[in-house]
Design a protein around this ligand. Sequence first.
Ligand SMILES: [Zn+2]
Ligand SMILES: [Zn+2]
Length: 319
Amino acid sequence: MKDILRIALLIALPMPGAQVRIGILGLFHPPAVTLTARSIEAGGERVELHEAVGVRAAGGHVVVTVGGRELRGTRLAASGPARIRIAGRISRAYPGNVEISAREGVLLAVVAMDLENAVAAVVASEMPHASPEAAGALAVAARSYYAAGSRHGDFDFCDTTHCQLLKEADAEAETAARRTRGRMLFYQGTVVRALHFGSCGGRTFAASDVGMDGSSYPFFAVACETCARHPERWEARLPVTAVERTEAARLELGRRFGWNRVASNDYSWERTPVGVIVHGRGHGHGVGLCQRGAEGMARSGQGAESILQHYFPMTNIGR
Ligand SMILES: [Zn+2]
Ligand SMILES: [Zn+2]
């Protein structure tokens, strides 16, 4: 029975060549974008594109202006590679097909990407120009994170640090993805949602230390040499009477007082007449792979596998 379960789990995992659906540029709440693609389908028509087209939201409809005409539908499908530009804000290329819908005057774009392309984009976005072995370790973690399953409703993952930061891949990150192709972290036969973060205060946290879900993999507090030697320090002043060390509380403070005001979960705090002063070390939730520590290990000659074994004890690497 146990073996049958295990086989079923393995079959359920996305194989190389699998796709992930990622909600993109949602942070910008764009009412309009400029889209470049090979062709689009909207309002029951399919049109080959030779230049960028304007796409805007009209309530719950998507309106695209192409060749002097307006096509209107509830959904626009673009065959990629695609580029989306939000005037004055951002322009980003995506190696995949893009679907655009609209809700209350805001466009929602979702790209369907090959898992391996998404992994390369995460590596380039989270650790630009990392050493090859650190990039390799992050590629395995990023792939495992995606393979552990969807976190949203309308799409699988978003492109922010809520899931994994996803901008554009570069050649170095593509190499890291290719060298580790298909490899993932497993704990007791199940792929691990392998969390990672910017830097720690010299020691990572177990999931339970910061009130995060450790039911499928508990994570473990491990020493981090690079950050212990040179922690990244920060300070925040907040108009509250107390702070609680959980990731949920940190995110709530971010929503109230500005994103990343409490930059990590490794801090001490003191009361003042007008609030609290928080003295902290590191950036991010502190659970899983420390990117700065991984870079330090890579520079001291350690391979991707030792980096992963260090930050994810009791796991094994497989396909
Ligand atoms: Zn997300
Ligand atoms: Zn660290």
